[in-house]
Design a binder for this molecule. Sequence first.
Ligand SMILES: [Zn+2]
Ligand SMILES: [Zn+2]
Length: 153
Amino acid sequence: MKPLLGGCACGQVRYQCSENPLVQFICHCRDCQHSSGSAFMAFVFVPRDRLTYLSGDLHYYDVEANSGRALRRQFCRACGSPISAYWPGAPMVELLTVASLDDQSIFSPTHELWMSRAESWHPVHPGTTKLPEGPDEELVRGPVRAYFAARES
Ligand SMILES: [Zn+2]
Ligand SMILES: [Zn+2]
C-alpha cells in the first residue's frame, strides 16, 4: 500500500500512516459539529502504532464522549486545523480527519453516526448505514480486534 499522508492547513503538522484505514465513518454528533465548524466530521480509524507525526506542534483538548470515555481531539497549534483524535483510555487506534488527508478520494464511509443530531440543511451520503446515535461497541471494536488478531497470527 501507499502510505497515508496528511497534515494541517498551514503545513506545519504533517503525518504519515503505513496502514490502510480499519474503519471509516461520518459523525453528525454535536461535538463533531463544534470541532469541525460544520455539519459533521468524517474520519478514518488507523492503528496508532502505524501513525507517525513528522512535524508540527499538535495541541489538544479532551472531551467526554457519550460513552463516558475521554476523547482527545488534536489540532494544529498554529492554524487550528482538526487533525486527529484518540481515546487515552483505549489508545490502540487513532482517528484521522478526512479533511487532513492529502488524498481524500480514499474515503469510503460505511456508516453515519448520530443521525438524530444531523443538520436538516445538509444531505446525507446515500451509501451508508444510518445510526440514530453512536455506534454499538462492536461496530468499531470488531474490525479493530480482527486487525490486531491478524497481525499477531
Ligand atoms: Zn497548521
Ligand atoms: Zn461525533
